[in-house]
Design a binder for this molecule. Structure first.
Ligand code: PBG
Length: 331
C-alpha cells in the first residue's frame, strides 16, 4: 500500500464546479465592453462582403436596423467605415468633410433613431483618397512617395469637425500622423465641441491582418505601403512613446491595433497609463476564426469568445470586434 499523499495546497479545488469557478473568475466580458464596426455605402441594398463572411456593407436604412439589432443584445457603441464611390475620391480627399457626405448622414440617422448609442467615427483619408493612403501623398524628385504630415492633419481636423457637427460622440483618428490628437482637440474645442471624445489609434501597426478590411472598402493603397506612418510590428517601446504623446495632447482613450498578436502592447499601455485602453480585433483576426470554423476545424462560438476574453485579460477596457453582435447575444 502506498502512503497517502500529503498535499495541502491544491489549486484544483478552485476549479471544482461551475459555481466555484464563477466565484474565482478574474475576467468577464460584458456587452457594453464591445464596439461594433459597421461598413456602409451609398446604395439602396445591403451587400454581403465577400472577404468578411457574415458582414455587410449596409445601406443607410440597413445600417440603422443593424444598430438596432446590436443594441437589442446590449451593444451600445458602433464605429462607422464608409465605402466611398470612386468618382468622389480625390488626391486631397475633400469628400471627407462634406457635411452631406455618407458618414454625417449615417451619424444623424443613427442618433435620431437611437440617441443612447455611442457613435464613433474613423478619422483618416484612406476611404476618400484616390491613392488609398491615410494622408496626402506627393512624389519627391527621386520618385519616392511621401505622405505629408501637417497638411494631412489640417484635413483630418476638418473631417473630425464635420463628424462632430453631425452628432458623433467620439472621433477616432486612425491615420498615425504626428500631432493630430492635439490639433483635432484644439479644432473641436474652438468650435464648441468640448464634449466630443477622442479615441486615438495610438499604436496602430503596419499589419498584414488588415487585408480583408481593405477588400471590403476597396481602400488598399494604390502604390507603396503604410510603413512610414503605421508602426513596425517589431516595436514595443515605441508604443509607449506614442501613448505619452497622445495622453499629453488630450486623448480620452488609447487604442492598440491589431489586438490578438499585440497583447503585450495592450498590457504595457494598461499598466502605464491611467486612461481607458481599447483594442481592435481586426478583419484578418476575424477572418481566420471564421474560415477555420467554416471548414469545421474549430468551434467559432468558443474560439471567438476565448479570443475576446484574452484581449480583455491583457488589459483592454473595450474591444472593437466584428463578433460584437453575436458575442453580446451569448453573454
Ligand atoms: C484605415 C483603417 C484600417 C482599418 C481601420 N481603419 C486599414 C488600414 O490601416 O489600412 C483596419 C481594420 C480592420 O482590418 O479590421 N484608416
Amino acid at each position: 500500500m502506498s502512503e497517502k499523499l500529503t498535499l495541502p495546497i491544491r489549486p484544483r479545488r478552485n476549479r471544482k464546479s461551475p459555481a466555484v469557478r464563477g466565484l474565482v473568475r478574474e475576467t468577464t466580458l460584458r456587452p457594453e465592453d464591445l464596439i461594433y464596426p459597421l461598413f456602409l455605402h451609398d446604395e439602396e441594398q445591403n451587400d454581403a462582403i465577400e472577404s468578411m463572411p457574415g458582414l455587410y456593407r449596409w445601406s443607410l436604412a440597413g445600417l440603422v436596423e443593424e444598430v438596432g439589432r446590436a443594441r437589442e443584445v446590449g451593444v451600445r457603441a458602433v464605429v462607422l467605415f464608409p465605402k466611398i464611390e470612386e468618382e468622389l475620391k480625390s488626391s486631397h480627399g475633400e469628400e471627407c468633410y462634406n457635411a452631406d457626405g455618407l458618414v454625417p448622414r449615417a451619424i444623424r440617422a443613427i442618433k435620431k433613431q437611437y440617441p443612447d448609442v455611442a457613435v464613433i467615427t474613423d478619422v483618416a483619408l484612406d476611404p476618400y483618397n484616390s491613392d488609398g493612403h491615410d494622408g496626402i501623398i506627393v512624389e519627391d524628385d527621386a520618385g519616392e512617395l511621401k505622405i505629408l504630415n501637417d497638411e494631412t492633419v489640417e484635413i483630418l481636423c476638418r473631417q473630425a469637425l464635420c463628424h462632430a457637427d453631425a452628432g458623433a460622440d467620439v472621433v477616432s483618428p486612425s491615420d498615425m500622423m504626428d500631432g493630430r490628437i492635439g490639433a483635432i482637440r484644439a479644432a473641436l474645442d474652438a468650435a464648441g465641441h468640448e464634449e466630443v471624445s477622442l479615441l486615438s489609434y495610438t499604436a496602430k501597426y503596419a499589419s498584414a491582418y488588415y487585408g480583408p478590411f481593405r477588400g471590403a472598402l476597396d481602400s488598399a493603397p494604390k502604390a507603396g505601403d503604410k510603413k512610414t506612418y503605421q508602426m513596425d510590428p517589431a516595436n514595443r517601446r515605441e508604443a509607449l512613446r506614442e501613448a505619452e504623446l497622445d495622453v499629453a495632447e488630450g486623448a480620452d482613450m488609447l487604442m492598440v491595433k491589431p489586438a490578438g498578436p499585440y497583447l503585450d502592447i495592450v498590457r504595457d499601455l494598461a499598466d502605464s497609463f491611467a486612461i481607458p485602453i481599447a483594442a481592435y480585433q481586426v478583419s484578418g483576426e476575424y477572418l481566420m476564426i471564421k474560415s477555420a470554423a467554416a471548414d469545421g476545424w474549430i468551434d467559432e462560438e468558443k474560439v471567438s469568445m476565448e479570443s475576446l476574453l484574452g484581449i480583455k485579460r491583457a488589459g483592454a477596457d473595450m474591444i472593437l470586434t466584428y463578433f460584437a453582435k453575436d458575442i453580446a447575444a451569448r453573454l
